[in-house]
Design a protein around this ligand. Structure first.
Ligand SMILES: Nc1ncnc2c1ncn2[C@@H]1O[C@H](COP(=O)(O)OP(=O)(O)OP(=O)(O)O)[C@@H](O)[C@H]1O
Length: 530
């Protein structure tokens, strides 16, 4: 940690660009791997320590540092990391351990921390480090170094120190991960320049247009199910595996079971989903759960063993971009499909399968098949032009998405709340319910979208005139108004007394023409559960 701490300290007090370039360049030349790689990641903003949050540092401060002293000192010093590093109380007795305090060891430990371990480990490091090293550690932990170094400056320093072209560094940058072993090997003449096609970089996805009032000739288009998961690009190159999201974000760490199972060099395109209950034979392929299950795995930084067991992920593949380093994107879909099937045969069937094709001799047949699809993991149909190359972005006529028609139910309005923003003075968020067999109304969903400004005002007035009780901001209303609610699907939910929850509910119509007693029964919704 010492050398990196010294570097940061000097950078803070150095104004001149050339002096900064030299400081960083010298550091990168003199420091061994993997420390210099982690330092470069920190300087370029590429260091990700998921378990460390500003709140954690605040909590540590509250526990270990006199808060009055902290706030007074911070007013004077102006920087939380520096303040904490200066006033962190050195414990009377630091137990002897073989804690490795090299930069690489510290960063690698911090990257693998669970959230519950984080406070203890961070405190243990702070107890053992010197003030300037603590400063370096806290700077890394809080994400932004703020030492007056941009990512470009750090890369320029690297390029100048090793006689490389900075643009060549940029070119390979997105395909390499810290601590950048291949980059340093190349910089020191020990290895070749990492080649883009041999790197686990993200390539733009091919996207679809919505099918609107078009009927296509099934001789020209192949049909597949539109699976309700998230788009994923699987890349294995240069010995590394990466999973990228629709937006190109690296989501590898969120799905370790998929990443470790993908070890064949190539780039594949597919839908990331969670396995479903084995609800008997699944006619469309292996059983997948509804999006609701996948949601449990999204946006989580740490993946617990329980998550992996309860919501195991797999990928339903539908395209191939590279086989090894061979770029297949120019091939027509039919050929890519064959290559995909051959490629997929090498993969673990527990984690990968190939999206099945829908056999429909003409469009009318396809229409009927689509209308009959009731699987929770299906969102509609995709149509892909058989002779089309894999083209990045959305191009008319190549891929179409044809979503399932939304489902609807007539529900009775039960509660209303004020909305947000422009709607904050209107009762515009509604909870509605359906009848049980015993004649009880149970809430089945909440919606606020789908109404016009006129309707918004009308509903606001209606709510105010039909309130039967108030619970804080919520008004319970007379059970007399019916909404036709549209939604994408229904799943069972332990969180609601009704046992059901709607996906994407929106108000399709206000049904002043329908008596509340004739609204739908819960049983009707239960039958739609997928
Ligand atoms: N068999 C499939 N082939 C291609 N895409 C599929 C398939 N099954 C599901 N999808 C999903 O459908 C989306 C296709 O629609 P589009 O290209 O417009 O992307 P999108 O903007 O993410 O769409 P949406 O939000 O409507 O799913 C893909 O992003 C992908 O996640």
């Amino acid at each position: 940690m010492r050398a990196f701490a010294t570097l940061l300290e000097r950078l803070v007090y150095t104004r001149s660009r050339n002096a900064k370039l030299k400081l960083i360049g010298d550091y990168l030349k003199e420091t061994p791997d993997p420390d210099r790689g982690w330092a470069l990641a920190a300087l370029t903003g590429g260091l990700d320590l998921p378990a460390i949050k500003p709140a954690l540092i605040r909590a540590l401060v509250e526990e270990r540092v006199d808060p009055v002293l902290f706030y007074l000192s911070r007013d004077y010093v102006g920087d939380t990391a520096e303040t904490v590093s200066l006033i962190w109380p050195r414990p009377d007795h630091v137990p002897e351990t073989d804690l490795d305090l090299s930069l690489g060891a510290v960063v690698e430990r911090m990257r693998s921390l669970s959230r519950s371990e984080a406070p203890g480990v961070l405190a243990a490091y702070l107890d053992r480090l010197e003030p300037e090293e603590r400063f370096a550690l806290l700077k890394m932990a809080t994400g932004a170094l703020r030492v007056g170094v941009t990512a470009r400056l750090a890369k320029t320093a690297l390029a100048q120190a090793f006689g490389l072209d900075v643009d060549a560094v940029e070119e390979v940058w997105h395909g390499i991960a810290p601590p950048y072993p291949t980059l340093f090997a190349w910089a020191e003449g020990q290895g070749a320049q990492p080649r883009a096609e041999a790197l686990p970089v993200f390539r733009s996805f091919m996207l679809a247009h919505a099918l609107e009032d078009v009927r296509v000739d099934m001789a020209d288009y192949a049909a597949e199910w539109k699976w309700d998961g998230i788009r994923v690009q699987l890349v294995h190159a240069g010995g590394e595996t990466r999973l990228y999201s629709r937006a190109g974000d690296d989501i590898t760490r969120g799905f370790p079971e998929v990443a470790t199972a993908f070890r064949a060099p190539g780039v594949l395109d597919g839908e990331l989903m969670v396995k479903g209950e084995a609800q008997g034979a699944d006619e469309h392929g292996g059983a997948a759960a509804s999006f609701n299950a996948l949601q449990q795995r999204l946006n989580r930084k740490a993946v617990t063993a329980k998550m992996l067991a309860d919501y195991p992920a797999f990928v339903r593949l539908y395209d191939i971009m590279f086989d090894g380093t061979e770029d297949l994107r120019e091939l027509p879909w039919t050929e890519r499909r064959q290559r995909l099937e051959t490629f997929a045969a090498k993969l673990d069937p527990a984690r990968f399968d190939v999206s099945s094709l829908i056999e429909a001799e003409d469009f009318t047949t396809l229409e009927a098949i689509r209308a009959g699809a009731r699987d929770a993991s299906i969102e509609g149909v995709m149509l892909k032009r058989r002779d089309s190359a894999y083209v990045a972005g959305r191009r008319v006529g190549l891929w179409y998405k044809w979503k399932r028609d939304p489902l609807t139910a007539d529900c009775v309005v039960m509660y209303a709340q004020r909305g947000n923003g422009r709607r904050s003075s209107y009762y515009s968020d509604f909870t509605f319910g359906c009848w049980t067999d015993e004649g009880e109304l149970l809430p089945v969903g909440k919606a606020y979208s789908g109404i016009t400004d006129e309707e918004l005002k009308w509903l606001d007035r209606w709510v105010r005139n039909h309130t039967v009780q108030r619970f804080g901001p919520v008004r319970e209303v007379e059970k007399s108004l019916v909404f036709e609610v549209a939604f994408d699907s229904i799943h069972s939910s332990g969180r609601h007394k009704s046992g059901v929850a709607m996906r994407f509910p929106r108000i399709a119509r206000i049904r002043t023409d329908k008596p509340a007693a004739e609204a739908d029964r819960l049983e009707t919704l239960q039958r739609l559960i997928t």
